[in-house]
Ligand binder design. Structure first.
Ligand code: ZN
Length: 328
């Protein structure tokens, strides 16, 4: 077990909101493992059950048990991943929307997460926030980080729940008000990191799976990375969590082609973009809890009902024009 980094994070709580089981292991997983080792509580929320995920692991493609009950298989995989990361886990209970493909795109399936009324999904997440009482939340940016309807909806619901959780007039039956103090977007698959991986692999004489991505790097949205969390000691834990999602992850796939020793040297952090914070975001921040004086002080601040997001200490929210379906 790697040595915990100092200072201790005992008493702090982090809520990581994700769309599907496996997203928590590919986005911010080493950060989760690091904070757990440092004494914080980390809770992952999966908005959907991942019921519409395809089996991506060649070796399991025709497994009859998996084909018969993919939903149960994904629940078991998620339990194994959470055990590897040492985190807590909550299902929000909504149905995977699937990734629509084709031209024109087919309609989303009835009853799926992306079509649920926003008040319903927001209330479900507000309930989790008021019960777990996180000081810090993470989610995806307004583009979803990846154009899957569930990822974009995860962003929308997280923003709406972050803003409602501390408001005593909002969802009064969903628990006592609790205002999380900082909200971040996962940004650990940035263009800069992909380029650095590609160059390091080429220099080491290893075939890089990133050439096509690097060629299209200018088309990637430019993001403002505010926070880099050192977590290289936990890349091994992250990989174990990811492999626990056996149906979703090909152990021979490109993800695992980057030698882990090289990865430590090239990019030893997971990166985040601050979206809203009630405490200032310092330049070069390396801790999602930075700026919070102590767990007791953070608890007291989160219980206040007069914190106004419109006058927050930091507002990094971006509004983009809605992506046009024809243009893509
Ligand atoms: Zn996903």
């Amino acid at each position: 077990m790697p040595r915990p980094l100092t200072p201790s994070h005992e008493g702090y709580r982090l809520l990581a909101v994700h769309a599907h089981p496996d997203d928590e292991s590919s986005k911010g997983a080493a950060t989760t493992a690091r904070y757990v080792a440092d004494g914080a509580r980390v809770c992952v929320v999966s908005c959907t059950g991942g019921e519409r995920g395809d089996v991506l692991n060649e070796r399991l493609k025709n497994d009859i048990h998996i084909l018969r009950d993919i939903a149960q298989v994904r629940r078991d995989e998620m339990a194994a991943a959470a055990a590897a990361l040492g985190c807590e886990h909550v299902w929000l209970g909504f149905m995977d929307s699937g990734l629509p493909e084709g031209d024109p795109l087919p309609p989303l399936p009835e009853g799926c997460f992306a079509l649920e009324p926003i008040e319903v999904t927001t209330e479900a997440l507000v309930r989790v926030i008021r019960e777990f009482r996180p000081h810090v939340m993470t989610t995806y940016d307004e583009l979803g980080g990846y154009p899957h309807p569930d990822h974009i909806m995860t962003h929308t619901v997280s923003m709406s729940a972050f803003l409602a959780a501390g408001d005593p007039t909002a969802y009064p039956h969903a628990g006592e008000p609790w205002q999380p103090l900082k909200l971040y977007y996962n940004q650990n698959h940035s263009g800069g990191r992909i380029q650095a991986f590609h160059e390091a692999m080429v220099a080491a004489g290893i075939e890089s799976p990133y050439a096509e991505w690097v060629a299209a790097i200018d088309k990637r949205p430019k993001r403002t990375i505010t926070t880099r969390v050192p977590c290289a000691d936990y890349f091994e834990v992250r990989d174990r969590a990811l492999l626990a999602h056996a149906t979703q992850v090909d152990p021979d796939g490109w993800w695992f082609r980057m030698p882990r020793e090289l990865e430590r040297d090239v990019w030893p952090t997971e990166d985040f973009e601050a979206a809203l914070s009630f405490v200032p975001i310092a330049r070069g921040e390396d801790d999602l809890f930075a700026g919070l004086e102590s767990p007791a002080a953070a608890d007291a601040m989160a219980r206040r009902t007069d914190l106004d997001p419109e006058t927050a200490a930091y507002d990094g929210r971006v509004t983009h024009p809605a992506p046009s379906r024809e243009a893509s």
